[in-house]
Ligand binder design. Structure first.
Ligand code: 5GP
Length: 209
């Protein structure tokens, strides 16, 4: 035995829309191949290039409500005052039971609900933009977002960022490599947290000597 059996880490990465969260998550996964992604369900329309079952499970409001009613959602929230987003329960429970780590791209409401649903399993990292001007540039550069939508999201970003202090860690996403290294360090620490090491006694007992 060369490793200690442990519970998986639920790593929540939250940020206002346009902070570069998806890019950070992608780079982190390239570095951490064992990190599974929680694919959320949403009622919003796919953006160009987004694929069902990969970026999101795109569902009608009726289908979304049916999943909530059936208890198939671990958490769900109305985000940006309009569309519904939720975390399907099955894949998360399977990953945790198997000791696999998972990354979640959800908002502060989702983080709060997920932490309540899975006490002890969730670690939250909040990404901040280096400035609001940088955020506006990124929102403009994103395909599919019209000017009115950019303004709306800028206003919502301010409200969203008011919740950053609820998270365990906060990282300013200025230089991608530095951000990814910081989030990877948080993940490494969470993996080694004593409370997560369900096999610790067995491991120590089996060290021999
Ligand atoms: P977007 O529409 O730009 O992909 O995402 C908008 C917001 O919804 C982001 O802040 C994202 O983190 C959040 N979001 C995505 N999936 C979920 C989810 O399953 N639950 C919650 N609570 N928020 C989510």
């Amino acid at each position: 035995m060369t490793h200690i059996a442990r519970r998986g880490v639920c790593l929540v990465l939250a940020a206002p829309s346009g902070t570069g969260k998806s890019t950070v998550a992608r780079a982190l996964r390239a570095r951490e191949p064992g990190l599974a992604v929680s694919v959320s369900v949403t009622t919003r329309a796919p953006r160009p290039g987004e694929r069902d079952g990969i970026d999101y499970f795109f569902r009608s409001p009726t289908a979304f409500e049916a999943m909530v009613a059936a208890g198939e959602m671990l958490e769900w929230a109305q985000v940006l005052g309009r569309d519904s987003y939720g975390t399907p329960r099955g894949p998360v429970e399977a990953a945790l039971a198997a000791g696999r780590d998972m990354i979640f791209d959800i908002d502060w409401q989702g983080f709060r609900s997920l932490r309540a649903a899975l006490p002890g399993d969730v670690v939250g990292v909040y990404l901040l933009p280096p400035s609001l001007a940088a955020l506006r540039v990124r929102l403009h550069a994103r395909g599919g977002d019209v000017a009115a939508e950019v303004d709306r999201r800028m206003a919502l970003a301010r409200a969203e960022m008011a919740h950053c202090a609820e998270f365990d860690h906060v990282v300013v996403n200025d230089v991608l490599e530095t951000t990814v290294a910081s989030v990877a360090a948080v993940l490494a620490a969470a993996r080694a947290a004593t409370a997560r090491l369900v096999g610790l006694a067995d491991f120590v007992g089996g060290l021999g000597g």
